[in-house]
Ligand binder design. Structure first.
Ligand SMILES: Nc1nc2c(ncn2[C@@H]2O[C@H](COP(=O)(O)OP(=O)(O)OP(=O)(O)O)[C@@H](O)[C@H]2O)c(=O)[nH]1
Ligand SMILES: [Mg+2]
Length: 199
């Protein structure tokens, strides 16, 4: 694959109900260990992740949106530029599942997200199986109904965290480099046609 001149930018927009463990998920991925005791997120907060993947520079922004629906007003602004919409469900909180379904409807209504956005569902706190309030079969049925890939995670045990972020980032990168290549070929084609007629 040809190395792009500029970095590929990937926007991950994250949405969930209060206390789902969304900030902890991001911080644990960034620091590669469990980061408890986060402040409650107010509005929306960007976290950055830059790497070279297969010689391609990557600049990833993970938008940590404050609890849905409390901070619903700032969400459309972030959704507009989303490559990935990541909705999380806390398995120990039945309400977080209901909120995730409501958030999914809000985010995908009225063209709030680009039509080619990758929608992903993650469950959190899978180390707390004995406190489970959301059936795994209900989450799977929801994911199937909206055709979204599903990742089980626990920030506490670092289970599924790298699989989740590396999986969605590499998907978005190959999607974006493909689109960039298509754009470059169409510009090249227009220039060739222009030169043919006007030179
Ligand atoms: N046992 C366990 N606790 C977790 C896990 N992830 C997060 N927590 C705890 O859950 C609580 C809420 O985590 P946050 O990351 O602040 O949740 P949030 O979704 O960002 O919450 P708000 O920003 O307030 O909406 C904290 O006490 C975390 O330590 C996990 O995987 N396992
Ligand atoms: Mg938070």
């Amino acid at each position: 694959m040809e190395k792009p001149q500029t970095a590929v930018a990937v926007n991950i927009v994250m949405v969930s109900g209060s206390g789902t463990g969304q900030t902890t998920l991001i911080r644990s991925f960034q620091d590669q260990h469990f980061c408890p005791n986060q402040w409650a997120t107010i509005g929306g907060c960007p976290y950055f992740y830059s790497r070279e993947i297969d010689d391609i520079p990557l600049q990833c922004v993970m938008w940590d949106n404050g609890a849905y629906p409390r901070f619903i007003n700032v969400l459309p602004m972030h959704l507009k530029r989303a490559d990935i919409l990541l909705i999380s469900i806390d398995i120990t909180d039945r309400r977080s599942f209901e909120i995730a379904k409501e958030a999914y409807s809000f985010c995908t209504e009225e063209q709030r997200t680009p039509s080619d956005v990758l929608l992903v569902i993650a469950s959190t706190k899978n180390d707390l199986e004995e406190e489970r309030e959301v059936l795994e079969s209900d989450i799977l049925a929801f994911c199937e109904s909206i055709n979204a890939p599903y990742f089980q995670t626990s920030s506490k045990t670092m289970t599924g965290i790298n699989e989740l972020f590396h999986g969605i980032i590499s998907h978005a990168m190959s999607h974006k480099t493909e689109r960039l290549r298509e754009k470059i070929s169409s510009i090249f084609l227009s220039l060739t046609i222009h030169n043919f007629f006007f030179n």
